[in-house]
Design a protein around this ligand. Structure first.
Ligand SMILES: CC(=O)SCCNC(=O)CCNC(=O)[C@H](O)C(C)(C)COP(=O)(O)OP(=O)(O)OC[C@H]1O[C@@H](n2cnc3c(N)ncnc32)[C@H](O)[C@@H]1OP(=O)(O)O
Length: 416
């Protein structure tokens, strides 16, 4: 895949262009400086493997890189399907080129390239959400961070019903890949992983480790073979009064509820630990209904992943709907006017189509609202409360709301 590789010159003589693989060091250095980290050779080498020069953009002034916006080519699970999505990353502009519209120019080009390559949506994790609203991104996934007091949370008693196998992640990598692939397509928000994504996830980078052990794996074997795994680290902390280690849960993937609860029983009872930290889980996390004292998980809600719809009819037709829906939506999209106008969405659990229409609208939406509702996470009713959706035919909002939701709330725990 290749994006349009013509260079365009704008304010301050700054050009936006597609880099070559030789530009990696300059990009890494520039991005690290912009996010106020020093960077290190190991992280640079690991991230380089994910670098897709053809999908990336750089801003140059007199040959020097003063801006960067990366993108990786991956599919993501959406309600009832899997769609190609531009995974945006590494957006930065150097302090001497800031506030001259450089990011805005790169964003415009990023969306146009995604559209031309048949990707109906673009995704990003934001350093600060307020940067991205102006470009039409909506908050599609909210994440819950948990800080579990493992001695207080009251997990249900009972021995593990399956067999647990402790291993180094590298030794069981094929099993992890197989299990992730079995689950991924059913979990809105989860991106497909190729070998290079697994290499990165399992790389022992200093930033990942952050004072804890190397990554550990625990695999669950049920009646029909391996059916779940957890990746985790631990800290060996002590105080005057004894051990107070922490389990840091990286991900828990299971194909059965039994595997899921057995794995959590293991993670919440590791000897010499007193707490478990989960940085991102779903807002409908089953643990809330499984433990005796959910309050002792100290859940904190935060923004997770943002979605920008870049090809509206293609995006709305690519997902499925929880209930039959036939609605005319008038879309406002100042940044990408190609999406603006009236669209008739007809959808059901089995099929969907979206076509331009001149019919009167039932709903009027900002494009951000459709990005937020795309994975079934944000309710249209809630978005209406934020004035991003307006009902123009009584009853249309409630009906569309039911259709856009999905039984499993979207979640994401992999920063790309
Ligand atoms: C997906 C990711 O990669 S997340 C990582 C994002 N990167 C960072 O946070 C690194 C540090 N910050 C930076 O490198 C830069 O400030 C960037 C990339 C955020 C912005 O780049 P710029 O070229 O300055 O943006 P640009 O000039 O196009 O600004 C567009 C608008 O956004 C606003 N804006 C830009 N950054 C911010 C910010 N951090 N907070 C609030 N507003 C912002 C500008 O004021 C401008 O507003 P206006 O249109 O009303 O005048």
């Amino acid at each position: 895949m290749t994006s349009n590789n013509s260079a365009e010159t704008g304010a301050g003589g700054i050009t936006i262009e597609v880099p070559t693989s030789d530009d990696w060091d300059g990009i890494y250095r520039m991005f690290s400086a912009a996010i106020n980290i020093d960077g290190d050779p190991m992280s640079s080498a690991a991230e380089r493997e994910l670098f897709e020069p053809d999908r990336s953009l750089v801003a140059r002034r007199d040959g020097e890189i003063v801006g960067t916006l990366g993108c990786t080519t991956r599919n993501i699970a959406v309600p009832g399907g899997v769609v190609p999505a531009a995974h945006g990353c590494r957006g930065a502009v150097s302090p001497t080129a800031r506030r001259q519209g450089v990011l805005t120019r790169m964003m415009r080009r990023h969306f146009e390239d995604a559209r031309a390559l048949g990707e109906p949506i673009a995704l990003c994790w934001a350093s600060e959400g307020r940067i991205y609203h102006r470009y039409g991104y909506g908050l599609a996934i909210r994440r819950l961070g948990l800080n579990i007091e493992t001695r207080e949370v009251a997990i249900p008693r009972g021995a593990a019903r399956g067999r647990l196998v402790e291993a180094s992640p590298a030794d069981v990598r094929d099993d992890l890949v197989k299990l992730y692939d079995q689950v991924q397509a059913q979990r809105p928000g989860w991106s497909e992983r190729s070998a290079k994504h697994w290499d990165y996830l399992l790389a022992e980078l200093p930033a990942f480790r952050a004072g804890a052990t190397a990554l550990r794996a625990i695999v669950h074997e049920g009646d029909h073979g391996f059916d779940g795994y957890a990746l985790w680290r631990a800290t060996g902390a002590w105080t005057e009064s004894g051990p107070c280690g922490e389990v840091r849960v990286v991900e828990v993937v299971a194909t059965t509820p039994q595997a899921y609860t057995d794995l959590w029983t293991f993670l919440l009872t590791v000897d010499l630990t007193r707490s478990a930290q989960v940085w991102s889980c779903s807002v409908d996390e089953p643990l809330f209904y499984w433990v005796g004292e959910p309050r002792r998980m100290s859940a904190r809600m935060n923004d997770g992943m943002f979605i920008r719809i870049v090809d509206l009819p293609a995006a709305l037709a690519a997902r499925r709907y929880a209930a039959p829906v036939d609605v005319v939506i008038e879309v406002e999209d100042a940044f990408m006017p190609v999406n603006a106008g009236r669209w008739r969405l007809t959808g059901s659990p089995d099929s969907a189509s979206c076509v331009a229409t001149t019919d009167e609208p039932d709903l009027v939406c900002d494009i951000r609202a459709l990005g937020a509702a795309y994975l079934g996470g944000a309710s249209l009713t809630s978005l209406a409360g934020a004035e991003l959706v307006r009902e123009t035919r009584p009853g249309a909002l409630a009906a569309a709301d039911v259709a856009f939701r999905w039984p499993q709330a979207p979640s994401a725990f992999e920063i790309f």
